[in-house]
Design a protein around this ligand. Structure first.
Ligand code: HEC
Length: 263
């Protein structure tokens, strides 16, 4: 009987010691409730945010080309476009109708599709230059080009603030004199650090953008000679009214290379 009760008290004692030890361990591990900690939380199973996945615009060793983002499968067609060279392609839409939502990507070897005449760059727009064409060009330019080349084409788009160097400033003579066909080719195939837009911008839209670039260039480099003769007098008069006579300023020689900021 005595032996039995001794055994029982020992059991209770062991249990209590075990319980206290466990409590200490539990508090040590988990801390008091409401305590803040800078330590990383203990993860018994890995959190879902840590898993094998590819991140947007990041490299990945998973694919042979090292890119995480996958280029579209060959032959992928953006919604609303036909297959280049396909018999169904825009068959109903006249070539110079830019209002059509359908457009084509380079298909032929002619000037319209390559910007080349034989083995030379051609120049001149193969589409009628209308207000619609310029508006279309402005829209497409704003979407595809302004991030780098800037809204006025001075090469000061937002990417230039983040380290992209050497973006072409369209207001340099080099680009003023560049053949339209060469610009077309640059849009289609890219140039050095500028990527190709041939698979993103349709042929018509490329020409529309070129028309708009020419308008941008003119906007910073217009001369009185560009104004129709019968309107020059009115323009000069208007200019005089807006700028009343004032003391002479030292002549500005830089106006050509530093176009006026329009914003
Ligand atoms: C990601 C930035 C970026 C975008 C977007 C971009 N460009 Fe460029 N572009 C450049 C850079 C950088 C250069 C200078 C390349 C060089 O001279 O090495 C350049 C050069 C050019 C040139 C001169 C090429 C030559 O032959 O010297 C033209 C013309 C041009 N871009 C037109 C466009 C048009 C049109 C678009 C829109 C469809 C466009 N760019 C979109 C970065 C860009």
């Amino acid at each position: 009987m005595v032996k039995r009760s001794l055994c029982f008290t020992r059991m209770i004692k062991n249990f209590l010691i075990g319980f206290i030890l466990l409590t200490i361990v539990a508090i040590a591990l988990l801390g008091f409730q409401g305590q803040r900690s800078q330590e990383t939380a203990i993860e018994f199973f890995g959190d879902m945010k840590r898993q094998d996945k590819v991140k947007f615009q990041k490299p990945s060793s998973f694919f042979a080309d090292g890119r995480a983002a996958r280029p579209p499968v060959d032959g992928t067609i953006p919604m609303g476009y036909d297959i280049p060279g396909h018999p169904m392609q825009n068959s109903e839409v006249p070539k110079d109708d830019i209002s059509s939502p359908l457009g084509e990507f380079s298909a032929g070897t002619d000037y319209l599709n390559t910007g080349k005449m034989g083995d030379q760059w051609g120049t001149g727009l193969p589409l009628p230059v209308t207000t619609e064409l310029l508006q279309r060009g402005q829209k497409e330019f704003t979407i595809d080009c302004a991030v780098c080349h800037g809204a006025t084409g001075q090469g000061n788009g937002i990417t230039s603030k983040y380290g992209l160097l050497g973006i072409a400033n369209y207001h340099q003579d080099k680009y003023r004199q560049m053949a339209d066909g060469q610009i077309f080719n640059t849009i289609t195939h890219g140039y050095n650090t500028m990527m190709a837009y041939g698979d993103k911008v349709t042929v018509k839209d490329r020409w529309a953008i070129i028309a708009y670039i020419r308008a941008l260039q003119k906007s910073q480099d217009a001369r009185l000679a560009d104004v129709p003769e019968d309107q020059r007098a009115a323009l000069e008069k208007e200019g005089k009214q807006e700028n009343p006579p004032q003391p002479a300023q030292p002549p500005q020689t830089q106006t050509q290379t530093q176009p006026k900021q329009t914003r």
